[in-house]
Design a protein around this ligand. Structure first.
Ligand code: FES
Length: 120
């Protein structure tokens, strides 16, 4: 049985706690580049890899709650990761917790267990 679980990783960037609505910031969390955006007061996190051609969202922006990739201007929902117009694959999104001490991102990992025993 494959179990999907998450590990909370601290995002070491002071910009996140003061990020304004519609603003985006790219931060390396663990070994992943993550794009943060605040929409309606809620901080969201997406993998910094556009599913269209695998490019970074660097230079992108937020338009009416969607992250816009600067290369071909596809719009992605930061909640679901879906393309606004239904084309291409979804961008990976992560849960975010704004704790008193810092911002944390839930990074998924898979583990395999058999009858309750963790194999790895
Ligand atoms: S590479 Fe992002 S929209 Fe094409």
């Amino acid at each position: 049985m494959i179990i999907q679980a998450i590990r909370w990783k601290r995002a070491e960037d002071e910009r996140l706690s003061v990020l304004k609505n519609g603003a985006i910031a790219r931060v390396v969390v663990g070994k992943r580049s993550i794009v943060f955006v605040r929409v309606d007061g809620v901080l969201r996190a997406l993998l910094d890899i556009c599913p269209h051609q695998g490019r970074s969202f660097e230079g992108g922006w937020c338009d009416e709650g969607y992250i816009v990739c600067p290369f071909h201007r596809m719009h992605f929902d930061p909640v679901t990761g879906e393309n606004k117009f239904g084309a291409t694959s979804k961008v990976q999104v992560f849960p975010v917790e704004e704790r008193e001490s810092a911002v944390y991102v839930g990074i998924p990992y898979s583990t395999i267990s058999l009858f309750g025993r963790k194999l790895w």
